[in-house]
Design a binder for this molecule. Sequence first.
Ligand code: GLA
Length: 717
Amino acid sequence: MSKNIFLLLLSVVFAGHLFAQLPKIVNIETKNTILLYRVGQDQKLIQSYLGNKLFQPGEYDKLKAGKFEAYITAGTSNLFEPSIRVKHADNNPSLDLQYESHKIVKQDDDVTLTTIKMIDPQYPFEVTLFFKAYYNEDVIEEWTEIKHKEKKPVVLYNYASSTLHFDAKNYWLTQFHGNWAEEMRMQESQLTSGIKIIDSKLGTRAHMYQTPVFYLSLNEKSNENTGELIAGTLGWSGNFQFTFEIDERNNLRVISGINPYASEYKLEPEKVFKTPSFIFTYSNSGKGLASRNMHQWARKYGILDGDKPRLTLLNNWETTYFSFNEEKLAGLFDDAVKLGVDLFLLDDGWFANKYPRNNDNAGLGDWEENKAKLPGGIDALIKAAQQKGSKFGIWIEPEMVNPKSELYEKHPDWIIKLPNRSENYYRNQLVLDLTNPQVQDFVFGVVDNLMTKHPEIAFIKWDCNRMITNGYSPYLKENQSHLYIDYVNSLYKVFDRMRQKYPHLPIMLCSGGGGRVDYGALKYFTEFWPSDNTDGLERVFIQWGYSNFYPSITSCNHITSWGKQSLKFRTDVAMMGKMGYDIPVKHMTDQELKFSQNAVANYKRLNNTIWFGDLFRLVSPYDESRAVLMYVNTEKNKAVLFSYTLNPRYGEFFQKVRLQGLDAAKMYKVEETNINLRQTFMESGKVFSGDFLMKVGLEVSANNSLNSVVLEITEVK
Ligand code: GLA
């Protein structure tokens, strides 16, 4: 037996022993945070504390049990929003949950899994709460499993992943909302008595209007470096719901999980209903720390290969749209090589023959190369790209179908639509019924066929361009209200299969822009597409929004012709993430091409700091007409600062900016990089102490509109 397994077993046995002896207190602990449960009257599980750890652990005994039920049941004495509501096999609509046992398993040096089991004294019905504590990242992941042994199915109406209670004076909620091309707009408001719900009912492309992330600030509004808050997110690519309810005593309960809307679930005896994970971090030093915790967690646990490098690329979508052929593409492969990026990504339009994919109203579902555009097929493209020195990647949208397609003709029963109403289109397409195992095979097959036939494919962009309307699954028959939940779980099954066979293939998660960005999906993906809007100015806000919860290494930022800003501005914006291009390189002037080649080279020098460094947001574009942020690597010997001036008013002056995250004792050389034509930062080349940079600061912003500065900050010894 290996030493680790032995230690692990020992810790299970020890926890079991502990549980038999001690009063019923369950601690879920990370480096700085503790979530404490206690068994109160009537064996109820009560949340008695969530916050910073106390210096003296003995003092936790002084905490009163209180009344904050850990998982609130409906149908008995509760008068507010429940965590769970069920109807038993005998039609009884009540549930009573009592603590039964708990178990603590230390999975490794960082991760501890705590499970708390509760049972209904009247029914063979149990709920187990799971808490995974990530010690070093200060992150807690929670989910719930529901099971019963009643004689017939039990109907679940509500089934939260997490319930957290707070007793602050005031509560401030920061939410992120939007639409196509305007993703992740940040909005902060004070919660008032009653319920505030943030949710999605879209089914697929589910985050088009609301993203499943929030900050909840306690007592006062928090800012980047001060304030007490939690940052929370639900790892679920479908309908989600966050409910914030303030009761008559000004206590707040936050219930997070799958949206119960139109989703009552018939649970068969002995089957387990597992909810998605709610992931949160607590910070008493503002939003900046909360984001850094989330980023660290995500790179290690939340996204695929978060500690590995990413590929820079040239995409053809905005250059060609659907109109290309082998010759045109060959020219673009040359452009990719000219720019110095790693890969060429072929977007939509390469497939379907009977109904060629020449625009968005035909061909979706027919995943064979279009012979007219690509007589040599994908093989010829890969060969040509490789000969020129570029890797090759490809776009797919396997969950969808155009009515004008062979797939639609062959399998009308594979489509989500009402049997007795006319079809409802969005982007001329319909959603496949992924709850059907045959459809799951088909969708998996889209990737698998491509990869089996063309193992040299080095990158995939997985798109999903519409939501579910007229929701009805021919496969689910009488269980129609399972559709929204089963769809997402089926999707994860397909992703699982895909990752078992292709564990490290880089795949971008795209959904008509950023319509599907969450940690349920991201653990299968290396990156995501934040928005189709690539206007440099808009992107400052969009990427700023995502940066609150997702690390820069996941954010695909492309330089395109969309924005009216200078090429330098758009390039600098794309650099704060995973840089790529989607621009006609042949229209660039010599000078623009030279600047871009240089930018790619600079990016390759700086990308480790941007991808793996700690992010410090220094000036918010929501506060001033500029945005300033920086990344600092773990050793604190390299940092990159980005400053974007937006549209300041006449006479609006920018103050110096104090840097953050450096080592006060170190000396740093500050150099402007990515310079186009002329230098903007006048102190370029000077050496400062970290102390100076963080106490006095630098004049990092240009005053004129739509100007940007990138500073490379390097320790000198
Ligand atoms: C979606 C994506 C775009 C592009 C098109 C292709 O809109 O967000 O990036 O791939 O589909 O049709």
